[in-house]
Design a protein around this ligand. Structure first.
Ligand SMILES: Nc1ncnc2c1ncn2[C@@H]1O[C@H](COP(=O)(O)OP(=O)(O)OP(=O)(O)O)[C@@H](O)[C@H]1O
Length: 362
């Protein structure tokens, strides 16, 4: 659906230039929710603004829905842009227009007749849950309501793609969850392809199918969220995950919302050496440290205790997380097993048989 080929963006002049994107390649499939995460200055905004050519790339190609946007003339580009909606961190609403008029704006601009504008705006108000607020002005709305207007306006031209530029960064955690849930509903109901950029891992964890990590203008790691999240390879990815886990809280969320920030405990998930040092016994099989990961319904099952009981090993939990990735539960425990070498090996192989991923950390 979206294909970025060797995308390059250099700002400034020859004497003083900044390379924001350096030969970046990325493919987003039709109907998926794809997240790009990166630290400040990594090139996220530049990347998303290059997709609808709000920012002209210095080099490379942008393909959306099988068309090379970078090769189009002004008029054709204008037409293609109607297939790409965009929402922004600070909403970018017209402050002197009502909610209704903000949503109607792109339709009127495209010359849509009055009756059609009315029915479309009403449909969108209903979709984003703002039926009761159509006559209000942006200043009379909460941040979450403003973003709902932004989403409705972005959907007015029935786009195939929705670009989200840090769409929840200005919102509190609870409002963030309600906007993420709305985006997921829209993705499922309308089959819309969503590309979002963020610096918050829990946004990715809540609604994305795949994620790419951007650093210094290039993609350093990408894949399905569960894979990248549970087995991060690049230092930048590990940093994002450890910050998110460390910053996790048991904050309450509304029924049915993404629960990515719920029920995590522990600090960084990736410091086996420091964990080993804390153990009373760390020789032979005694005290060997393992990371046990379970994805899916087994997360809440009793398999771990059954295996442990049947093999006679003991274990201590050194770190642990129980959470969800896009509504799929997972657990990741770092444990030390104590027992004979044979018993520990048997426990590990039984866990693997029961589809736990067991990684030896020391
Ligand atoms: N208009 C511009 N002129 C010159 N340099 C720019 C411009 N816009 C961005 N840059 C530079 O390009 C690099 C990438 O910036 P970009 O805004 O894309 O990063 P980002 O990941 O979105 O950061 P943030 O999360 O802070 O918004 C940075 O070094 C930035 O200073």
């Amino acid at each position: 659906m979206i294909e970025l080929k060797n995308l390059t963006k250099i700002y400034g002049s020859k004497s003083k230039s900044t390379t924001a994107l350096s030969g970046l390649n990325l493919t987003v499939d039709k109907g998926e929710v794809f997240g790009v995460i990166g630290h400040s200055g990594a090139g996220k905004s530049t990347l998303i603004r290059c997709i609808n050519l709000l920012e002209r790339p210095t080099g490379g190609e942008v393909w959306v829905g099988g068309r090379n946007l970078t090769a189009l003339g002004k008029r054709e580009l204008q037409r293609e842009r109607r297939r790409i909606g965009m929402i922004f961190q600070h909403f970018n609403l017209l402050s002197s227009a009502t909610v209704y008029d903000n949503i109607a704006f792109p339709l009127r601009l495209a010359g849509t007749d009055k009756a059609k504008v009315k029915s479309k705006v009403e449909e969108l108000l209903n979709l984003v849950g703002l039926e009761a607020h159509s006559g209000k002005y942006p200043a009379q709305l909460s941040g979450g309501q403003k973003q709902r207007v932004g989403i409705a306006r972005a959907l007015a031209s029935d786009p195939d793609v929705l670009l989200c530029d840090e769409a929840t960064s200005a919102l509190d955690p609870q409002t963030t969850d309600s906007i993420l849930k709305l985006l997921l509903d829209i993705n499922r109901k309308l089959g819309l392809t969503i590309l979002l950029i963020t610096h918050e891992m829990h946004v990715i964890q809540s609604i994305c199918d795949r994620v790419a990590v951007i650093h210094e203008g290039g993609i350093v790691e990408q894949g399905p969220v569960a894979e990248v999240f549970l087995k991060p390879k690049h230092a930048v990815t590990k940093d994002f995950i450890s910050r998110d886990v460390a910053g996790a809280s048991g904050s309450s969320v509304e029924e049915g919302l993404p629960k990515a920030r719920v029920s995590s405990f522990s600090g960084s998930p990736d410091q086996p050496e420091s964990l080993v040092a804390k153990l009373p016994h760390a020789d032979g099989a005694d005290g060997a440290v393992y990371r046990i990961t379970c994805l899916g319904e087994n997360t809440y099952g009793t398999a771990l205790s059954e295996v442990v009981l049947s093999t006679g090993v003991h274990f201590a939990i050194l770190q642990g997380t129980v959470s969800t990735i896009k509504e799929v539960p997972y657990s990741q425990l770092t444990v030390s097993f104590t027992g004979t070498r044979e018993a520990v090996e048997l426990a590990v192989s039984k866990l693997r048989e029961r589809e736990f991923d067991v990684e030896v950390l020391s």
